[in-house]
Write a protein that binds this ligand. Structure first.
Ligand SMILES: Nc1ncnc2c1ncn2[C@@H]1O[C@H](COP(=O)(O)OP(=O)(O)OP(=O)(O)O)[C@@H](O)[C@H]1O
Ligand SMILES: [Mg+2]
Length: 478
């Protein structure tokens, strides 16, 4: 009884990825571990046979949903342009723009016979059917599935054909997903230790009593609600809202941004995904906002990111920055730009609203307009107030230098402490590289700003050259 529950629990987890590689691994390793297969192994073998006999190959799992219940909503199902394309998978953006085209397959994971073992106090421990950990897994499994589902699942795996009351593994997996894990305080995180609100109160039992989490579309399958506890809204833009959230499973704070509009068309989703693809391709840099995860839910794109304290927006924050602090921000954003430009990506929406601060460290965020410098992806320019003349004239030859102009304009705005106008002579002057005198600021600094907003992109320094300027000597070198 217990083993079959464990088997179901594991199969539920596997249902979210692909069952086949583990089944193959399990069936091969089983011969080495025992000559007398357990019920669990038998079950896995039966499942494998079942999958084989119904011609369910990995390819089918990847590309075709067997039935509607086997589909898990995920960006995996939408073709998108790649910032990094795996070897041998040259895809063009235009191809991906077509509706209903097959997504390129991810490189196959090499399956090894290694199995992970839980280590405790330096010793490898295994949990047999009598161990407390084993019992805990049993409890969670039976907690996550009602007794009716247990029967349903049992009957479907013991019979060779699907019974009318068959519930697909993906459906069960989704059902399991919506059971919130306990909301635990993270003992390593200062953030959660100092929290004045207590989101750790009986959230799980409350949500269970309320019938899991209601979603806007009423399907009860909100990954956002299942995985996160929403604390408050911390930002908004033209296209998104951003929330401070606590992740239930690790007890840490994150920012989750989600699109305001529902994205029903493939083209809309493809476009929205460019942001997460850029973030994912870039990887970690201390001066870019950290990216963790993304998913579609209710036709909206959700992006889980590193939580920052605030942005430098001068309309949303009343904090005044000294020249020293502004130079520090400029230096750190220049480091972020050097990092992304070296990877062939231009941000195209550098402005104070998109520069965040966390523990005194400045981070470039909002990669919603990010594109490839070589011009091989579509270009959507950011906030027009920070765009140089060449972009308005559809000249995209120096996209990295667009970011330098925008950084210069953003710094100019922070120094002036008044928002750049959307039109008028001040904006035209800026685009022509004319900035008014900035009393109290060094000539060296004013000259640097001037060259950053030069109307000729070639004359603007690159991010690397900017960082080599002597004005930044007092800061650490890249
Ligand atoms: N990781 C984060 N940590 C803290 N605050 C954030 C974070 N991400 C975004 N914000 C806040 O939310 C605001 C809106 O986010 P963002 O700029 O990414 O949305 P958007 O809709 O793409 O904006 P835009 O209108 O500029 O295109 C930001 O200006 C910032 O104040
Ligand atoms: Mg923004």
């Amino acid at each position: 009884m217990k083993k079959s529950t464990l088997a179901r629990h594991l199969s539920v987890q596997l249902g979210q990825v692909s069952l086949i590689p583990l089944l193959q691994q399990s069936s091969s390793s089983s011969s080495t571990t025992t000559s007398n297969p357990s019920r669990f192994q038998k079950f896995l073998e039966e499942k494998l046979d079942g999958h084989r006999s119904s011609s369910l190959s990995i390819e089918h799992l990847d590309n075709n949903c067997l039935d509607d219940k086997d589909c898990i909503l995920s960006q995996d199902f939408f073709c998108t342009p790649d910032y990094i394309t795996p070897d041998g998978q040259q895809i063009s953006y235009l191809d991906c723009n077509k509706e209903n085209i097959e997504c390129p397959r991810s490189p196959e994971k090499v399956t090894t016979a290694k199995s992970k073992r839980l280590r405790k106090g330096g010793f490898a421990v295994s949990f047999g059917s009598e161990s407390p950990l084993h019992n805990l897994v049993m409890e969670v499994a039976s907690d996550a599935l009602g007794s009716d589902e247990v029967n349903t699942e049992k009957s479907s795996v013991t019979g060779s054909e699907r019974k009318p009351n068959y519930v697909s593994q993906s459906a069960v997996a989704l059902r399991c997903r919506v059971m919130p894990p306990p909301c635990v305080r993270n003992p390593y995180s200062k953030e959660t230790a100092e929290m004045d609100v207590d989101p750790f109160g009986n959230q799980r039992s409350k949500s269970l009593a309320a019938g899991i989490f209601p979603t806007e579309n009423g399907d009860g399958l909100s990954r956002y609600r299942t995985d996160f506890h929403e604390i408050e809204q911390i930002g908004w833009g033209n296209f998104s809202r951003v929330f401070k959230v606590l992740k239930r499973i690790d007890g840490c704070m994150y920012a989750v941004k989600h699109s305001i509009r529902q994205l029903h068309l493939d083209t809309e989703r493809t476009h929205a995904l460019m942001e997460v693809q850029a973030l994912a391709a870039l990887g970690y840099h201390q001066n870019t906002v950290g990216y963790y995860n993304s998913w579609f839910e209710n036709a909206q794109l959700y992006i889980q990111m590193e939580l920052c304290d605030r942005s430098l927006s001068i309309t949303r924050s009343s904090q005044l920055l000294s020249e020293e602090e502004i130079l520090k921000a400029m230096h750190q954003v220049a480091k972020a730009l050097q990092f992304i430009h070296e990877r062939g990506i231009a941000h195209l929406d550098v402005k104070p609203d998109n520069i965040y601060v966390k523990n005194g460290v400045y981070k470039l965020g909002d990669f919603g307009c990010a594109t490839l410098i070589d011009g091989s992806l579509p270009i959507e320019e950011g906030d027009a107030r920070y765009m140089p003349l060449e972009i308005l004239n559809d000249n995209y030859d120096h996209l990295d230098k667009v970011d330098i102009f925008s950084l210069g304009a953003a710094i100019y705005e922070l120094i002036k402490r008044s928002p750049l106008p959307k039109s008028g002579p001040q904006l035209l002057n800026l685009r022509e590289g004319k900035i008014s005198l900035l009393p109290g600021h060094s000539i060296q600094f004013q000259n640097l700003l001037k060259v950053m907003v030069d109307p000729n992109p070639v004359k603007r320094p690159s991010a690397k050259e900017l960082l080599e300027h002597s004005i930044f000597d007092r800061f650490d070198r890249p």
